[in-house]
Design a binder for this molecule. Sequence first.
Ligand SMILES: Nc1ncnc2c1ncn2[C@@H]1O[C@H](COP(=O)(O)OP(=O)(O)OP(=O)(O)O)[C@@H](O)[C@H]1O
Ligand SMILES: [Mg+2]
Length: 271
Amino acid sequence: MTAASRRWRAQGLTIGLVPTMGALHAGHLSLIESARSENSKVVVSIFVNPIQFGPGEDFGRYPREPAHDAELLRAAGVDAVYRPSVEAMYPPGSSTRVHVAGVADPLEGAARPGHFEGVATVVSKLFSAVEPERAYFGQKDAQQAAVVKRLARDLDFPVEIRVCPTVREADGLALSSRNAYLSPDERRASVSLSSALRLAVEAYAAGERRPDELRKVLCGRLEAEPLARVEYAEVVDPETFTPPGTLAVLAVRIGKTRLIDNHELSKVFPG
Ligand SMILES: Nc1ncnc2c1ncn2[C@@H]1O[C@H](COP(=O)(O)OP(=O)(O)OP(=O)(O)O)[C@@H](O)[C@H]1O
Ligand SMILES: [Mg+2]
């Protein structure tokens, strides 16, 4: 991998990296397209990163679809796929972790202790292995993108972090590999996230600025859905992920599946 990067670098070619955990969908493909349009070479990494999963989480049953992924990547014309094994990424004895303070602490950081440390560590290792000019992340995981920006700045990685819009199903549900877990009833219930965000955007457009009222709009819609259990629903600053702000962020359990979504309230909701 590093050899290919070095060769491309030496030829003056630019590299765009798209880090993923596989089970690829149109959200990932949109990141690949952005990378394609801004770089001469596109590298996609596929690595289900054990250290970003908590003890009770779904590492073991996380969707893995190597054949389908390979087909999509071939069709998308990516230049290289980086698919390290867990042993190659974390050889026996490796014990260094990258901890981002501040932006990694609230919301996802509080709900999933150790999660962002796992993300920051693996992303740092991917940057070292691939040495991309640009790396592509999805707005769906807004706090993750903010954590990665912070880490790239603080550790002097010479990489530009690009954040791409959330790709949604026709009914508004944000694409996510974990949507595969949803039963038909849960799939219907999962529209409550995007629907809550849409209602909050409408309230904001109508002039509502009171944080509590905006939160009530979000929670009201989510709580109307019997299969949904709200983990958090906040309106925060898009850099610090603490209130006050205009980014509505949600984490909701639909049955056993944990979904997240977000939207900037001052922007039109698509669809
Ligand atoms: N709907 C989407 N639109 C745009 N980007 C997305 C979307 N879903 C995921 N991504 C981005 O793809 C990258 C890889 O994410 P990952 O492989 O974890 O997929 P995922 O769908 O988020 O999976 P999961 O369901 O486990 O959260 C991340 O930068 C993520 O933000
Ligand atoms: Mg994800």
